[in-house]
Write a protein that binds this ligand. Structure first.
Ligand SMILES: [Zn+2]
Ligand SMILES: [Zn+2]
Length: 416
């Protein structure tokens, strides 16, 4: 039990020592043999790994059920213990539990206080482990009143509320934590193991210590927040009304950003006519909010119109003179676009659902280091890469010269 042993004074925790106190403990134990393990009767010796981790080792191994650990495993456990302690939590490495199936040992038990009945089992998995085993061990910890949180060296893009799995990546001075990004949440089962392993498909959540801190502060959470602000960005282009000649700026697209409480959910790109097709109260409120602001900014408001050649109506930009801009004359999002409006609306998961087939996932909230968000279309469709590139460029050219809206045919759009 390498980070913890016992003496007559209680638990002895290796991560609480510095070099001096560690040397003093070693001397005293050599003199008095006052340290012992709870797993077996082996003598205790004090060691420091080549990675600098202090730990207790069995003087003679044999007849003990605890498995030997790698240096990385020891180091990761030490970092977790220190991070818990720094956060004011109580860390118990190698926490032994007994149930009908025998003894099981959690790598690190974290509890908010000594009296807390519940806790988190922090599990460092350095060797590969079958998903069924991970599930079974999680269920077993649940039986002891513990949630589990897995740190795995092998990329395991599991998207499960019940079995939170993160990826542990060694760095020069410890480990970084990654969680699956959009591409893995949506399509891990269709990807090769090489693609799954590619760190570009993962979202970095800081160092192991920073992540543990976030987890105990409730910043690692599953699914959308119950209530949150959605940030609406409305883009448009410069144009003249063909009928009255007024300089106008029709709104052509909207981006919904689900905000800092949902950092690992993608943004949603909605073309203006699509807004009219989305049902529900959020679409209605967005339309109202746009119409409260767009006339003074763009000279247009949005309303349902039926073009001559069509049998169906759609949401279109309508000039103050009454003329409306046909959908077929709206350009695709491009770097000629400008941001016309930005505003927030308070919303919830239920209201967002008609825009986007929400695939719940784990989020790590870290306002100082927010991840860059991917963008999806309404109903979760992908956005052509060229559209994205142009959109990203649009904010920098918001003051560009007025240009006539041109018709962009489908052939101009690259899809991937
Ligand atoms: Zn032992
Ligand atoms: Zn007009």
């Amino acid at each position: 039990m390498p980070l913890r042993c016992i003496s007559s004074e209680g638990d002895e925790l290796s991560f609480e020592h510095d070099a001096d106190s560690w040397a003093a403990l070693r001397e005293r134990n050599a003199r008095e043999r006052h340290l012992s393990f709870t797993c077996c009767n082996a003598g205790v010796i004090l060691k420091t790994s080549s990675l600098g981790t202090r730990y207790f080792a069995h003087q003679v191994r044999g007849g003990c059920d605890t498995a030997p650990e790698t240096q990385e495993h020891l180091r990761a456990k030490t970092i977790i213990c220190k991070a818990l302690k720094d956060a004011g939590w109580i860390a118990t490495p190698e926490h032994r539990m007994i149930d009908a199936a025998g003894v099981c040992i959690a790598d690190v038990l974290g509890k908010r206080s000594a009296e807390a009945s519940k806790g988190i089992a922090f599990e460092v998995q350095w060797s590969p482990q079958l998903a069924e085993i991970t599930n079974a061990r999680t269920v077993r910890y649940n039986g002891h009143g513990l949630r589990s949180l897995w740190f795995m060296k092998r990329p395991m893009p599991l998207n499960s509320r019940d079995v939170p799995v993160t990826r542990l990546v060694p760095t020069d001075d410890g480990f970084d934590i990654y969680i699956p990004s959009e591409v893995l949440v949506r399509g891990a089962e269709y990807m090769s193991s090489r693609e799954v392993a590619d760190l570009a498909s993962w979202r970095r959540c800081g160092t192991l210590a920073e992540f543990v801190r976030g987890a105990v502060e409730g910043r690692f959470r599953f699914g959308l927040a119950s209530e949150f602000d959605v940030r609406l960005t409305v883009g448009g282009v410069a144009n003249w009304c063909y009928s009255c000649g007024a300089e106008v700026q029709p709104a052509t697209w909207i981006v919904l950003d689900l905000g800092h409480l949902n950092p690992d959910f993608p943004n949603i790109l909605v073309e203006i006519h699509e807004l009219g097709e989305v049902e529900g109260s959020l679409a209605e409120r967005i339309l109202e909010s746009i119409n409260a602001r767009l006339p003074s900014v763009g000279g247009y408001r949005l309303g349902q119109r039926k073009p001559k050649e069509s049998t169906a109506t759609y949401l279109a930009n309508i000039c103050g003179c009454g003329a409306f801009l046909s959908r077929s004359y709206l350009p695709y999002p491009s770097d000629k676009d400008r941001v016309l409006l930005e505003f927030d609306l308070k919303t919830n998961a239920e209201e967002v659902a008609p825009f986007y087939e929400v695939r719940d996932r784990w989020c790590f909230i870290d306002r100082a280091n927010p991840p860059s968000k991917p963008m999806l279309g309404v109903h979760g469709f992908g956005i052509p890469r060229i559209t994205l590139t142009r959109l990203q460029a649009s904010s920098s050219s918001a003051d560009g010269p007025l240009g006539k809206v041109r018709h962009v045919g489908y052939a101009d759009i690259e899809t991937d």
